[in-house]
Design a protein around this ligand. Sequence first.
Ligand SMILES: Cc1cc2nc3c(=O)[nH]c(=O)nc-3n(C[C@H](O)[C@H](O)[C@H](O)COP(=O)(O)OP(=O)(O)OC[C@H]3O[C@@H](n4cnc5c(N)ncnc54)[C@H](O)[C@@H]3O)c2cc1C
Length: 429
Amino acid sequence: MKVIIVGAGIGGLTAGIALRRKGHDVQIFERSSLLSEVGAAINVCPNASQILSQWGFDFERSGMVSARNHMKASGRTLDVESSVTYPDFTPIYGGPWLLAHRVDLHNELRRVATGTEKPGKPVELTLRAEVVDYDVENGYITLGDGSTHHADLIVGADGVHGDAVRHVLGHSLSSIATGWAVFRWLTPSNELTGDPEIAPLLEDALSVRDGMTRFLATDEDMRRIVWYPCADNTLQNFVAVHQDRRTDDEREDWDRSASVEDVISQYSDFHPNIIKIIRKATNIKRWPLLYREPIKTLSKGRLVLIGDAAHPMLPPSTDQGQGGAQAIEDGAALGEIFTDIADNPSLDEIRARLAIFEQVRLRRVSAMQVLSDAGQDRVFEVRERAKQYMPPGVEVPSSMKEFRDHNFGYDVLEDSRRHLREYLDGVKN
Ligand SMILES: Cc1cc2nc3c(=O)[nH]c(=O)nc-3n(C[C@H](O)[C@H](O)[C@H](O)COP(=O)(O)OP(=O)(O)OC[C@H]3O[C@@H](n4cnc5c(N)ncnc54)[C@H](O)[C@@H]3O)c2cc1C
């Protein structure tokens, strides 16, 4: 079967790998030159890492760091409020919890998708090719240069500002300002440990330790700095979340710069040692946090939406950290659901497979989207909204352990295989 994927982000590349493994002929069109992946870290949670490890993904080569412990401390006094050492998640959830540099994750996905070592025909990746139109019934996309390209299945993986969603829903995704914004930056670990002024300050809540995530927070207005390492522990990733009403009608622009003074103006009451660490920051980015409601369908005709194109989520500063993981689950599900299918499937067959995809994915991604609208400690704010998307008989998670079981303890490959089996058995009988 011929598949066109629009967008080579985490979702598009994962779908490419999953579909090539099932013998499909996959072409990805990517608008950019792929040199602009955001320089920041990302959590690769066990529900995503278990998929990547089954595909022979090299976590070590990608410099991914195992998440080892979690500490919460007061941003003002640095008094430690809680400290948890994580177990080895692989025996529990089938994969490790990893902290990755986004560029490293992206590069490894691209290598696996387009390389010759893994099963299937290498994905053909065409850069600087913008998809400007879709014919969802007949299975065509049009590029900016006017050329048209046909496929049995078109995967819209074009991200939060993409246009594929309009061709499924008839309108774009509207965003809701949350009144929150983040600053984000990376600091080389040795700039902290090797600085004679800062090194002596790096104790307890500020120590540079392998795989440690710290929440340095205030209780009353919930400002927080989330800090964790990536890239073989050589870089420290900082995400600073704060209320910012000025952001009401801005759209996310992940490349908008901010200064050290901008950050300090929001955290001036934080402990002086944190301020010293903030002063080391360079290349700071700032963006507003916008929320999107879950959508009601993921596909139309031969076009299916995956990743942020379908379900953009708030980032891990709200504790879920599942945006990338859900894009990976989507891609993996597509591969399983498009197994055992004719080379030139009819539109009806594509629709039937996409109906299975929707059964497997829509509730799960919608629940994650709603849960990302509040921290795990504020789940009461979204419980009623989240309830409708939980599987029958399953409660909305409320403790850290329940969140882990819900987020990490789901095997999308197995669930997709089960749904496909039921469908194929029904067709035979
Ligand atoms: C800084 C940052 C940190 C994050 N941290 C985490 C985390 O810790 N954990 C987590 O799970 N998630 C995290 N996320 C969210 C996660 O990265 C996203 O959910 C994920 O990247 C979505 O992937 P995607 O492939 O759907 O979209 P994208 O990565 O946005 O990719 C879309 C691609 O489509 C291309 N494109 C767009 N339009 C067209 C077109 N018309 N034609 C061709 N190509 C097009 C774009 O150029 C882009 O390459 C983070 C996000 C950011 C920005």
